[in-house]
Design a protein. Structure first.
Length: 40
């Protein structure tokens, strides 16, 4: 499949170029953490 990827918005608002950190907690209790740099 092809994908256009992510458009760089969150809750309908355009995010600024920066480093972002995230944490995802799944329903089974597993946790994933990471980061990315958004460059425009």
């Amino acid at each position: 499949t092809t994908s256009n990827g992510w458009d760089g918005t969150f809750n309908g608002k355009r995010l600024s170029s920066d480093d972002y950190w995230f944490k995802v907690i799944l329903q089974d209790g597993r946790t994933f953490m990471g980061h990315f740099s958004l460059k425009r």
